[in-house]
Ligand binder design. Sequence first.
Ligand SMILES: Nc1nc2c(ncn2[C@@H]2O[C@H](COP(=O)(O)OP(=O)(O)O)[C@@H](O)[C@H]2O)c(=O)[nH]1
Ligand SMILES: [Mg+2]
Length: 215
Amino acid sequence: MVDVVLPALDEAEALPWVLERMPRGFRPIVVDNGSTDDTAGVAARHGAVVVVEPARGFGAACWAGLQAATDDVVCFMDADASFDPRDLPKVVEPVRVGATVLALGARRPQNGAWPAHARLANRALAAELRRRTGAPLSDLGPMRAANRLDLLSLDLRDRRSGWPLEMVLRAHRAGWDLVEVPVAYRPRVGRSKVTGTVRGTVQAVRDMSRLLARP
Ligand SMILES: Nc1nc2c(ncn2[C@@H]2O[C@H](COP(=O)(O)OP(=O)(O)O)[C@@H](O)[C@H]2O)c(=O)[nH]1
Ligand SMILES: [Mg+2]
């Protein structure tokens, strides 16, 4: 069973669709990060392993999920129904066959899936990463698959919005060749906590800028 870490902050509305579409052979681990809705209950009723991480932050949740994973391969995806779990097998494939240690889902957005400011910021970030690393990355998407022990060896420190960026920076430093796989990106179910809010956007920009400012 391939582990799938789903960081979740108040995603009770979105989780049924996500968990019902989990392909055979994938084990969902929903990390409830202080939700005030029934995220944990809905996750459990839909067969997911539930991990509770009281320390807030996207990275804190992903880290807690990674600790709970046991398979050789671990995946990450948002729990807001913006990604389709049925894309997981093709993201896992290059990791499974040993072609890469880290595969990133590059978002192919449908109408209304991605606010313009987030899309532009992400495009600029990807260009900066290409410049720095030479890796052929077009997106810093959160749907990913990695070799679990290799990922643990990166010793990721960010516990907030810098997590996905730090993973790529450290992976490059470790000499890994990264692979991108196109994945669908659709309008989320429920309210955005990050790019759809001023606070979330400011925090994401701050966390990522701090990482990029390091030598
Ligand atoms: N654990 C945890 N998850 C979060 C936090 N903020 C957002 N998320 C989750 O991370 C994913 C992405 O957040 P989302 O609100 O969709 O951000 P957006 O895609 O930029 O609008 C979703 O599954 C959220 O539930 C947080 O502070 N902690
Ligand atoms: Mg989202």
